[in-house]
Ligand binder design. Sequence first.
Ligand SMILES: [Zn+2]
Length: 331
Amino acid sequence: MSWKRRLRGALDGAARVAGVLAAFERRRGAHPLVLMHHRVLPRALCADYPFPSLVLEAELFEAEVAWLASNFEVLTLEAAFGAARPTARRCCVLTFDDGYADNFELAAPILERHGVRGVFFVATDFVGKRERLWYDRAAQAWRALAVQVRERELARLKLGAHAAVGAAVQALKGLAPAERSASIERWESEASPVDSAQFAPMTPAQVRELASRGHEIGAHSVSHAMLPQCDDAQLERELVESRARLGEWTSARVTSLCYPDGAHDARVVAAARRAGYKLACTTQPPGPESVLEPLALARIDITRERICDLHGRFDPLSLRAELAGFHEVLR
Ligand SMILES: [Zn+2]
């Protein structure tokens, strides 16, 4: 991958000098940029994390937030897309999916140190019942399987013999929900015991506290189901019940939603509207001149790979190029 990064770094520098980045920034228009994050962890826990694109080291995240706070107006979704947007400055929104404990323990204090607030999308069974998310269960079980069991499962998933944990979990997403659950249960029954402390969620009290400190709490379904796969009754439950539960926890009106895995279609969007959501996030990157669709907002995925230089240090130019959509032309 490093030649790619090297090329990207060289192109970013040339693009800045030539004014190309500024042109991309203008082309992206005046819409607020919505940035996607999942987890912020101490460096030691990042190295071995099964999904590297979902985690940022705390120091790197702090550097990102410091740069954003001095170059953008950082707002919540409600403030950025509400009628009374307070500023003419370029603005961005920092979102966090799922509801992990590290969002409360590490991410929120970093945001607050820099005087900004974030948006936390919380899956309510993860937080309320402390049910681990299905892909964390799958990844942990996978790593605790004996080699010959993994080989058997890889053949079942039609993957090559050296596929990594991320590929195995990705393959599960393509299965029907019942078949996916059966696979995870089979893996867990054959795996050696795992310690799931590093996949812990926030508590409802912490969700409440985030809201009271000015962060926005948004819904992320009840069970982190892929919503297009749900029948009408489950779809409604995932959207209505999660919104109601978050309203109870925070004593606030919940108006924003993030589709789990970004998965949505016209039926899901219509159900979100009926359930009372005003804004909903996908995982699609914004197009150059994207039309603003409040219930299908684009987001820019912030990963370590995309905002660091070759030495793993925060690189403001990479982040700027990422936000401008310049890196999209290289993908
Ligand atoms: Zn999620």
